[in-house]
Design a protein around this ligand. Structure first.
Ligand SMILES: Nc1ncnc2c1ncn2[C@@H]1O[C@H](COP(=O)(O)OP(=O)(O)OP(=O)(O)O)[C@@H](O)[C@H]1O
Ligand SMILES: [Mg+2]
Length: 283
């Protein structure tokens, strides 16, 4: 990574950055992730390093196929690194656990035969973390936080895509994970709903101050959601830059600084693509 691209850590007003001597919550340290199939060895990410601090909204941004989902799978503990280490609270991640909850892009991540409330209580009960009464109470509070109190007893098929994603977020947050992992959670929504969901997530973050690792391939979404953005190169994903975006939200979207950052990231991703296309032509 060019050192000029690595900006200073977030400014003091950013949550979790008041004291950067604080130990990182999540450390991804020189991580190479691979898929071994019978015929091929696919390297999805190559020696990726970054650190996520408490209350960070850390965004991983990169083109399709650069290994963003694979990286989340690694952090979630579904895939062991071929090289490097992933540490949560200083301990190497050895498998999945309730300290890392995932929200996916797909609307069908809810159990269709369970109501909204039952979907939210389900992981709390099966993980053995909470008793019935406490799970019930926590579910009620989480559902209210995502403005679905009126829908607590309906089934997923009666909800819109955006509402289903809000249930998935409530379900994850009710577990009070150390880190929330979100894989393009709003990508399948229409533009208006997507924007509303981004606003809601930021409002929720203001309220709860959770730590989130958020994957997207939208530059705008990365700048709006993230306080820090890790830009990955195309396949295999390598760190291209780590940028600050803490001063931006929807309100600054039409401003000059937002536009400049968007252009800078765009050039970064586009330059990579041109380099790759040229390399492929010369092969
Ligand atoms: N189960 C798998 N077996 C083999 N290769 C895989 C598997 N899953 C992903 N890959 C490969 O790993 C690379 C990274 O895939 P990944 O899904 O992590 O990308 P991504 O950045 O999330 O892309 P998108 O933005 O399209 O979701 C791709 O080349 C993909 O083909
Ligand atoms: Mg993906």
């Amino acid at each position: 990574m060019a050192s000029a691209e690595v900006q200073a850590r977030a400014a003091p007003q950013t949550a979790g950055s008041a004291d950067r001597a604080v130990r990182p919550l999540l450390e991804v340290d020189g991580v190479t992730l691979q898929y071994k199939t019978k015929e091929h060895l696919v390297t999805a990410t190559y020696r990726v390093s970054f650190a996520v601090f408490p209350a960070d909204r850390f965004v991983v941004l990169g083109p399709s196929g650069c290994g963003k989902s694979t990286l989340l799978k690694g952090v979630a503990g579904f895939l062991a690194p071929a090289e490097g280490e992933i540490r949560l609270n200083g301990r190497a991640v050895a498998g999945p656990g309730p300290d890392r909850m995932m929200v996916f892009q797909e609307f069908d991540q809810l159990l269709p035969w369970k109501t909204v409330k039952q979907n939210v209580t389900f992981p709390m009960r099966t993980s053995g973390r909470y008793g019935a009464a406490e799970a019930e109470e926590r579910a009620r509070a989480a559902i209210a936080k995502v403005n679905l109190a009126k829908f607590a007893d309906v089934y997923p098929h009666m909800l819109s895509g955006g509402m289903k994603q809000r249930v998935a977020i409530a379900r994850a947050l009710a577990m009070e994970p150390d880190i929330l992992l979100m894989d393009e959670p709003f990508a399948a929504l229409d533009a208006l709903t997507r924007r509303k969901m981004q606003e809601e997530l930021l409002r929720l973050w203001d309220d709860v101050r959770f730590t989130v690792l958020f994957v997207t391939h939208s530059i705008e979404e990365a700048i709006v959601i993230g306080n820090r953005i890790l830009v990955l190169s195309p396949h295999p994903g390598q760190v291209r830059a780590e940028l600050n975006a803490h001063e931006h939200d929807h309100a600054s979207q039409d401003g000059e600084a937002f536009g400049a950052l968007r252009q800078r990231i765009h050039d970064m991703l586009f330059a990579e693509r041109i380099e790759q296309e040229e390399a492929e032509r010369n092969e």
